[in-house]
Design a binder for this molecule. Structure first.
Ligand code: HEM
Length: 365
């Protein structure tokens, strides 16, 4: 059967309850937020590991602060992963479910790893002061589990992008691959490009941490300055690594897709170059300019998300798969309910966040 007919007939016959472009926009936005949080988890765990390992002074103090924060950041990262998952399953269901059939056991392992990563992060936070050896082991385990979970998520995405290989993967060896252990399409450049910002973003987190607490009466100025300078240094170094992975990824993209000529590639590259310039400028006055670094990073990751989505559309073009042709059965009731709970949730979250922001600085609330 023609692959294009095959993929298009795997779509949900009920169609979408609202216009696909809205789901796509929300998917890109929530993916960007998800990946920033994942970066912060990986970066914080790596830095906390280093601080715990050094065992004294400012690095140890920082390790305590990061260990406390990482449990919260990981929960936010997981919740923010559910949102793009819902949108991917809605508009790219034929790809997502095919990959999940091929690699069903890996999808289960993913859930296990996420759960274990979370538990290990808690053990690290709660036990590492009294039992440093246990703390180190728990931290190492958590890093490995998070990176393992990310590897699986990336692999599922890559398998979905290559429908031309599905038949070969399912039956190429002469026997049907029904074990659920298939693992195909891993791209080091792409995975590295989404994981290397862990150090860029944790560098920015340190700068923000110093900026935030420096305004608190009685804060330890020397420690905060050390933290800000450390963060800026890590960020500068990681930006170079990030760029290198970007080029690596680019050379892994099949040449016949001609992505070099695509406007989304030019857009992504332009935003990345501006962001690198800005972040280097910010890094020389980290204590004052930290919020600008956070804003720059979020905008850049969002642009990366847009480019990533454009690339997915380029991958799928030869199969005539376009989400814009997904059948739509408008359902205003469920759409309005979704939007109302979304906006309501944002309002409910804004108030405690504002209180926490002010009280953390010792301001009257
Ligand atoms: C905790 C460890 C996790 C890590 C390290 C991680 C990492 C990643 C990475 C690197 C990607 C990009 C893959 C690519 O474009 O090649 C990604 C995408 C994604 N992740 Fe996560 N993730 C984690 C947890 C989760 C969880 C718990 C969920 C959902 C419940 C989730 C949902 C998603 C979704 C929906 C995508 C986009 C897939 C697509 O666009 O096809 N992730 N994640």
């Amino acid at each position: 059967m023609d692959m294009s007919v095959f993929i298009n007939s795997l779509r949900d016959p009920m169609g979408l309850p609202f216009y696909p472009v809205v789901f796509q926009g929300l998917m890109v936005l929530t993916f960007a937020l998800h990946i920033v949080m994942i970066n912060l988890v990986v970066g914080s765990l790596l830095l906390a590991l280093w601080g715990r390992f050094s065992g004294k002074g400012y690095p140890l103090r920082l390790a305590h602060a990061l260990a406390r924060g990482v449990t919260v950041i990981l929960s936010v990262a997981i919740v923010l992963g559910v949102a793009p998952l819902l949108f991917v399953q809605t508009i790219y269901d034929p790809l997502w479910y095919s990959a999940n059939l091929l690699s069903a056991w890996w999808a289960m392992v993913f859930l296990l790893l996420v759960t274990l990563a979370f538990l290990a992060a808690y053990v690290f936070y709660l036990r590492s002061a009294e039992q440093p050896r246990w703390g180190l082991k728990a931290c190492l385990f958590s890093i490995a589990a998070v990176v393992g979970a990310g590897t699986i998520m990336h692999m599922l995405h890559m398998e979905g992008l290559q429908p031309q290989s599905w038949a070969g993967w399912f039956s190429g060896s002469g026997e049907l691959a029904t074990s659920g252990w298939a693992f195909h399409g891993f791209s080091i450049g792409r995975f590295g490009h989404f994981m290397a910002p862990a150090l860029v973003n944790v560098g920015i987190l340190l700068m923000l941490y110093a900026w935030y607490f420096a305004r608190r009466p009685g804060s330890d100025r020397d420690y905060l300055e050390w933290t800000a300078i450390l963060g800026a240094g890590i960020m500068r170094l990681a930006l170079v690594v990030q760029m290198a992975f970007g080029f690596w990824w680019f050379f892994e993209i099949p040449g016949e897709l001609n992505f070099l000529a695509h406007p989304a590639f030019h857009f992504g590259l332009l935003v990345a170059l501006i962001a690198i310039g800005l972040l280097f400028w910010i890094s020389y006055r980290p204590l004052e300019r930290a919020p600008w670094a956070a804003l720059t990073s979020i905008v850049t990751v969002l642009a990366m998300g847009v480019t990533r989505e454009a690339l997915r559309m380029v991958y799928l073009k030869p199969f005539d798969y376009s989400i814009y042709q997904y059948p739509v059965q408008l359902d205003w009731g469920s759409t309005l309910l979704f939007l109302a709970t979304f906006v309501g949730g944002l309002v409910v979250m804004a108030y405690p966040l504002m209180i926490a922001f002010k009280s953390g600085r010792g301001e009257q609330v």
